[in-house]
Design a protein around this ligand. Structure first.
Ligand SMILES: C[S@@+](CC[C@H](N)C(=O)[O-])C[C@H]1O[C@@H](n2cnc3c(N)ncnc32)[C@H](O)[C@@H]1O
Length: 215
């Protein structure tokens, strides 16, 4: 299984986000969120994995502007934050929006963090797009990049992983060929093949679910 994006896929994702920043500026809509409320509801759910009274390091995969850092600090979490994003324009914008933020450009495989390098590895919305080669793949191949990212996130964490995906039980999501969506049970089964203590939750928005995995 190749976990790596082709040049064509990278360029497509990068171009799409360059245009969205030009159009919307540093707003959640540039990240393809309909509102800040929707973005923050997802952050709140992810943050349930974090300890309240203990400092921890975090890797945020597909961090966009790095808004998760500001959100978590506002909520009182003591975090040492690193973000990565495929889009150079996002990385540059993150630096403008949140001066001093630690963000790198690339996907998780470019960044190639060491095993157990971060206490927690989080991801919100970065696996919601179909990557082009998967449009052409067989049913078993669908989602293979997303699954490779999820596995690598687990290898990278010391304590836990939380990520969200679009839920293909939602009719609107399932009707969109450009969006990648999954059945929660199927993803939980996949995660259980290598991780301890896997759980998932839905119901906080109507088209999304969050998976939690612990070491
Ligand atoms: C929906 S936005 C969410 C941004 C951020 N997580 C948030 O919720 O504010 C998805 C982000 O993931 C980035 N992205 C997409 N595919 C990626 C990949 N394979 N690796 C890293 N970043 C990726 C995009 O450039 C974009 O900034």
């Amino acid at each position: 299984m190749s976990g790596f994006l082709s040049e064509k896929q990278r360029l497509r994702i990068q171009t799409r986000h360059k245009s969205s920043i030009e159009y919307y500026g540093y707003q959640p809509q540039a990240l393809y969120w309909s509102s800040q409320e929707i973005q923050f509801i997802r952050f709140k759910k992810l943050s349930e994995i974090l300890p309240r009274n203990q400092a921890c390091s975090i890797l945020d995969v597909g961090c966009g502007f790095g808004d998760l850092k500001a959100y978590l600090q506002q909520q009182g979490f003591d975090i040492d934050y690193t973000g990565i994003d495929l889009s150079e324009d996002m990385v540059r914008s993150a630096g403008f929006k949140h001066p001093g933020i630690h963000v790198k450009q690339g996907d998780l495989f470019d960044f190639n963090p060491a095993e157990k390098q971060f206490d927690f590895v989080l991801l919100s919305g970065a696996l919601n797009e179909v990557v082009e080669t998967e449009l052409e793949g067989t049913a078993e191949q669908k989602g293979r990049y997303a699954k490779a990212v999820i596995r690598k996130m687990y290898d990278t964490c010391k304590q836990g992983v939380a990520f969200n995906l679009l839920d293909n039980r939602n009719a609107w999501v399932a009707s969109r060929p450009d969006l990648q969506s999954f059945q929660p049970e199927a993803i939980a089964d996949y995660c259980q093949s290598f991780a301890h203590n896997v759980s998932w939750q839905d119901g906080y928005v109507d088209n999304d679910f969050t998976v939690f995995m612990y070491r």
